[in-house]
Design a protein around this ligand. Structure first.
Ligand code: NOJ
Length: 560
């Protein structure tokens, strides 16, 4: 029954708010997505992951779900979704749904019921605890912090009780200890699989299990106060196995988990085949190579060695008995061509294609975020008011409250903001970048849309889109690209990324200049006779034993 279809899949992520607005009301929607499915197909993707489409009050733009069996009215109807599902399947595109099950919206009927009375059977669906009385003060039940800043506890009205929220206060954490909650969740997953969807992306899954009883985090330098009690918790493996047995094992489905800084051991265990938990998790470690300690807003000079460690570590760790994923962008990150010390004004095409070659020729399922395939750039926000993501505001407020000058605080936010990837897609150079017919959009469009848009890129002589097409064609047709073992070369080189993929007698070799200066690179002896499968410049100088690589040039070789 299991075909492991995800192993040769290429997944394209759609962030529905901003993909395409079919009814010209300013919000992306399902009819809009339908009108662009051919673009996804032409790119060479074989599956689409939809960020949440469910009913939501949108405090966290869909990641606060108030009905898991619905489609939000702004995106369309369930009938529209059914049409989308069959249109995807007709094009041989699998459909992956986003499942946000660490928390619900506080507008979910379960939560409303839960806080309506102390005897509500839904009370135990959430993590509700008495606060601590200190004189006349009522303190939260613990010092845990929300990953979105501030206390992770919110007082329930005027009562002495608080509920836990590890993200916005409008996202109440579910109590996975309660077997009824787990049954509800299994039913929800079953509902979507029975409808015909092909898999799930699980939002912050490694926070499902917490350490009880609740207690303060007394460690001095923790990355996130309380994290040791709510990340990779004690029942994680049990909860995942239970879902796998009850639900996933009954379908030809794929699961990918999005996690919050998992420990390396836990990360391996979640995807170890014999454990029967998840098929894969995202590996984001390389994306922290330009920030301090995994905090996106705190920029540091790009560290290529850290990038390589993060990229290749999971490929090694999960090769024998698990699976991996390959990610460059998503809705939680700025655009990749504006990171990693890249000057996108000068090297947008070169860097976008080099990054794709380096990341997506690795071992694992590639995940491509909408717009990345055309080298879309960050948005030149000029004020915090233009940003819609609550996190940008929370962190900005925190910084300015601590005394940081506004301008400086804004420059930090602008570097790491999730907003960059969430502005409406720039499809062409018509009004609003072709996102819609000209109606004001929910989030500002990138002011550079006339200069940088999908159509222009597709028509360009040096097209990121066409490079992606070629790259993905290799990825899908070469067994070595799919199954090959990765071996890194010259790890200590601070400008070059080089690795081989080996499967049986076949070998591929990728080498790339991850810098704005020309570099001569000495090829491993076996690559000397190999033929070049793909080159983002279309010309290269190959000497006897070495190759001269232009800024951000990437070459993929196949052993003859
Ligand atoms: C991870 C999601 O990708 C992000 O967008 C969201 O804000 C948090 N989880 C909370 O659901």
């Amino acid at each position: 029954m299991k075909t492991d279809w995800y192993k040769n899949a290429v997944v394209y992520q759609v962030y529905p708010f901003s993909f395409m607005d079919g009814n010209n009301d300013g919000w992306g929607d399902i009819p809009g997505i339908l009108s662009k499915l051919d673009h996804i197909k032409e790119l060479g993707a074989t599956a689409v992951w939809f960020s949440p489409l469910y009913r939501s009050p949108d405090f966290d733009y869909g990641y606060d779900v108030s009905d898991y069996r619905s489609i939000d009215g702004k995106f369309g109807t369930m009938a529209d979704f059914d049409t989308l599902l069959s249109a995807c399947h007709k094009r041989d595109l699998k459909v992956i749904m986003d499942m946000v099950l660490n928390h619900t919206s506080t507008e979910h009927p379960w939560f409303r019921e839960a806080i309506s009375s102390k005897d509500s059977p839904y009370r135990d669906y959430y993590i509700i605890r008495e606060g601590i009385r200190k004189g006349r003060k009522l303190l939260p039940p613990s010092n845990w912090q929300s990953t979105f800043t501030g206390s992770a506890w919110e007082r329930i009205g005027e009562s002495d009780e608080f509920y836990l929220h590890l993200f916005c206060r409008e996202q109440a954490d579910l109590n996975w200890e309660n077997p009824r909650v787990r049954e509800e969740i299994a039913d929800i997953l079953d509902f979507w699989l029975a409808k015909g969807v092909d898999g799930f992306r699980f939002d912050v899954f490694n926070m499902f299990s917490k350490v009880f009883p609740i207690r303060d985090d007394r460690e001095k330098h923790t990355f996130q106060k309380g994290a040791q009690f709510f990340v990779d918790g004690p029942r994680m493996h049990e909860f995942l196995r239970e879902l796998n047995e009850k639900v996933f094992s009954r379908y030809d489905s794929y699961t990918v988990g999005e996690s919050f800084h998992p420990s390396p051991e836990a990360a391996r265990a979640y995807v170890k085949r014999e454990n029967r938990e998840l098929d894969s998790i995202f590996s984001f470690a390389h994306l922290d190579s330009d920030n301090i300690g995994g905090k996106k807003f705190f920029r540091k000079p790009f560290d290529l060695l850290q990038f390589k460690d993060g990229l290749f570590g999971p490929q090694r760790d999960n090769y024998e008995d698990g699976w991996n994923t390959l990610v460059l962008e998503n809705h939680d990150n700025p655009r990749s061509v504006d990171r990693f010390s890249i000057d996108s004004g000068k090297y947008r095409y070169e860097a976008a294609t080099m990054l794709a070659a380096v990341v997506f020729m690795g071992f694992g399922t590639p995940f491509i975020y909408m717009g990345e395939e055309a080298g879309l750039t960050n948005c030149a926000f000029t004020s915090i008011e233009q940003m819609k993501d609550p996190v940008s505001h929370f962190v900005y407020d925190l910084m300015t409250r601590c005394g940081m000058p506004r301008k400086l605080a804004f420059s930090f936010i602008r570097y790491g903001a999730r907003d960059h990837a969430r502005v409406p897609m720039a499809w062409d150079d018509t009004a609003n970048g072709g996102f819609n017919g000209g109606h004001p959009t929910w989030q500002c469009v990138n002011p550079r849309f006339r200069e940088i848009n999908v159509r222009k890129d597709r028509d360009a002589e040096r097209s990121v889109f066409r490079f992606y097409q070629k790259l993905l064609a290799i990825r899908k047709s070469s067994e070595t690209a799919i199954m090959g073992k990765t071996e890194e070369y010259d790890h200590g080189n601070r400008r070059i990324v080089a690795y081989s993929r080996t499967f049986g007698d076949d070998r591929l070799f990728v080498c790339a200049n991850f810098s704005p200066r020309p570099v001569r690179y000495v090829l491993p002896p076996w690559v000397k006779g190999a033929r070049v499968l793909l080159d983002n410049y279309g010309q290269y100088q190959r000497g006897e034993a070495s190759v001269a690589l232009s800024p951000y040039q990437a070459l993929i070789f196949e052993e003859a």
